[in-house]
Design a protein around this ligand. Structure first.
Ligand code: NAD
Length: 342
């Protein structure tokens, strides 16, 4: 059993901890929090060993004063870890990489809030598992990029892609965020076109350089992101063949509006109804009726559950970096079975 330390126990970190604890070949060494809040208390109640993320005596004392069992600071445990999954806020992952992981020679996974060139490589289980095998510092790309990589893999498995044009409609904030917005606006973000999402896909799939252009707006919703794709391919392909390829690609699920899945709200209601913890849907959701082929152009619409889509990718990334499984499909399968992914 390899030992995984999760540094930053927020939206992504708490899900990664729960996912690691469900695998047979890895275990949670500990989790970190910066302050003794209810999430820190719940982590201890769940049985995770808790460490203070900031190596500072005053900070550590705050946990003790709050009556929360804390084992020490991150520096007391870092060298026991086979790998760290960093799930700290944007930009802090890079700081942790330079100030903690590299000096202590511990392998580390950063998240999508960090930059592609902060690390040795960029991970998506379908596209770059082999490339990241045995590497020391890797970034699991963002939720939007993960969703795009999965659908492009499905399309690419049956027909060569000439170019992709994609409009992203981004959720404003996660449900637990009480600081940011917008509340009543549609905000081009970034306001420049192309947006950074295309280059982020290229960080995983270098052969798409020059082929993918994205633009993005943010809307007042917390549930999911939505993408509209227009993809030009080099051959005519039937809609049936494309749907078959989408069905065969791991971690993509087709939803039919005809069955009542008319919006992201209804897709999330499905995740709630089937009893998914925190209504997580790590599968990319593609609307079946939206899949259309006009000669050599493919059109479709998909939704991304931002808080959970990257969780199985972090698990596969751990297996690749620690060389626990050389076959990406075997790793994907192990992860999916352990997490109940369809
Ligand atoms: P979050 O704010 O929910 O959680 C971050 C956690 O890290 C908090 O508990 C915070 O207290 C803690 N933290 C703060 N400073 C720290 C430090 N110095 N060391 C360790 N931990 C520290 O953030 P999140 O949404 O979980 O995002 C984490 C990363 O995952 C970011 O890079 C983000 O871009 C990326 N990501 C987020 C989402 C999403 O939708 N939430 C999706 C994909 C990727």
């Amino acid at each position: 059993m390899v030992k995984v330390l999760i540094n930053g126990y927020g939206s992504i970190g708490k899900r990664v901890a729960d996912a690691v604890s469900k695998q047979k070949d890895m275990e949670v060494l500990g989790v970190t929090k910066t302050k003794p809040d209810f999430e820190a208390r719940l982590a201890v109640e769940k049985g995770y060993k808790l460490y203070c993320a900031i190596p500072d005596k005053e900070r550590l004392k705050a946990f003790e004063d709050a009556g929360i069992d804390v084992e020490g600071t991150i520096l007391d445990v870092i060298e026991e870890a086979d790998i760290v999954v960093d799930a700290a806020p944007k930009k802090i992952g890079k700081q942790n990489l330079e100030s903690i992981y590299k000096p202590h020679k511990v392998k580390a996974i950063l998240q999508g809030g960090e930059k592609a060139n902060d690390v040795e490589d960029n991970f998506n289980a379908l596209w770059s598992y082999e490339r990241c095998f045995g590497k020391d510092y890797v970034r699991v790309v963002s939720c939007n990029t993960t969703g795009l990589c999965r659908i492009l893999y499905a399309i690419n498995s049956v027909v060569e892609i000439n170019k992709a044009r994609i409009v992203l409609v981004r959720r404003a904030v996660d449900p637990n965020d009480d600081k940011n917005g917008p509340v009543n606006a549609i905000k081009p973000n970034p306001v420049v076109v192309p947006s950074h999402h295309g280059p982020d896909v290229v960080s995983v799939i270098p052969e798409f350089e020059g082929k993918i252009i994205t633009s993005a707006v943010i809307v007042p919703t917390t549930l999911m992101h939505m993408h509209t794709l227009m993809v030009e391919v080099n051959n005519n392909i039937s809609r049936e063949k494309l749907l078959e390829a989408i069905k065969e690609t791991p971690r993509i699920k087709l939803f039919k509006a005809e069955e009542g899945f008319e919006s992201t709200a209804k897709i999330i209601e499905y995740a709630r109804d089937i009893g998914r913890l925190r209504y997580d849907l790590p599968e990319l959701a593609v609307w079946e009726e939206s899949v259309n082929v006009l000669e050599n152009e493919i059109f479709l619409m998909q939704a991304v559950h931002q808080e959970s889509i990257v969780i199985p990718e972090n698990i596969d990334c751990i297996r690749a970096m620690l060389e626990l499984e050389s076959d990406k499909f075997k790793s994907i399968d192990k992860t999916n079975k352990a997490l109940g992914i369809e």
